[in-house]
Design a protein around this ligand. Sequence first.
Ligand code: NAD
Ligand code: TDX
Length: 351
Amino acid sequence: MKNLLVTGGCGFIGSNFIRFLFEESDFKGRVINVDKLTYAGNPESLADVAERAGARYAFVHGDICDSVAMARVFDEYGVDAICHFAAESHVDRSIVKPDDFIETNIHGTYVLLQLARERMDRIKLFHHVSTDEVFGSLGETGFFTEETAYQPNSPYSASKAASDHLVRAYHHTYGLPVTISNCSNNYGPYQFPEKLIPLIILNAIEGKPLPVYGDGLNVRDWLFVRDHNTAVWEIMQRGRRGQTYNIGGRNEMKNIEVVGMICDLVEELAPPLPGGKKRRELITFVKDRPGHDRRYAIDCAKLEKELGWKPAESFATGLRKTVQWHLENATWISRVRSGEYQRWIEAHYGK
Ligand code: NAD
Ligand code: TDX
């Protein structure tokens, strides 16, 4: 892999992936990061990495749905491998307005597959980053394995399921060398503060209400973002082509437990709230998300056995690092929240 196209590299997981590739992995090639810079994409997340990487890093402000622009990227940069993160990623937004999810997640993936297929002589790998949400919801027991039938419940997960099927079909029908990973909920630095963990951390720091959907007993299986990315990199290098790998941290938590842990960490690491108010008193139960999946839990035995992958962080260590990061990166956070960085994008890359 000499010229690796990373899509969505200015988002939460993609920016952490590029950071990991350059700063911690044995990757020797060049990264071409194509990102549309939606509300969720922020090139500032990579400014320091880009400077250190020099000519080994190229940024292209582009839309994966634009087949003409993407063909130019494939050919100008001699792309020989793809790691596809770009997506609309927030379930609540997909419930309110599914359009962009259908367009980017399904059509955008199709555009990339088609361009890769037309250049099969030089494409070594198309890695597709997906989610455990494609499997639907679990009851009290059981785990998602790679054999679990797809049963997506939200417009987001349905669009990701469709993209997974397309990737699989391009392998089966045309022999495109692909791998797919389905990962559980991620958390860590540079996550847009609409998702549960960064939202709760920031509200807890500032003494604002902490919204918990429904009864707070929905279960998610949390993984620190760097651990997701070490797994993706292992799969890209040594995973069997045409295969799917589940990624997860064996770390199931009820939402209310996660929120409680964040309250305690913020109490320990941040200044106290005025009037002696405790963060746990800010927890507010709110109306449930429509169609809210009850429980996700990943069985990642295939990844562990075949590739020897293990997460480096426990939830306690990863969450502490994440709270600490939010306390130390007030500028990134205020710019992302104020929309200031959108103006920065316009100044640097045009509208
Ligand atoms: P994110 O929303 O933080 O980032 C998405 C990035 O894609 C942004 O930089 C955005 O600008 C870019 N993008 C969106 N539409 C685009 C388009 N049409 N063309 C080019 N770029 C576009 O998302 P994330 O949380 O980093 O998720 C990355 C991937 O990982 C997604 O495919 C998601 O489904 C998957 N995933 C996420 C999680 C999680 O917990 N966040 C878990 C499992 C899988
Ligand atoms: O304010 C909130 N209160 C709350 O109780 C928010 C934003 C969420 N929740 C609940 C809903 C979920 O049960 O917390 C849980 C996590 O919610 P999100 O952070 O929105 O994540 P989720 O819906 O589980 O999806 C995430 O994990 C899988 C990512 O957003 C997806 O991109 C990924 O595929």
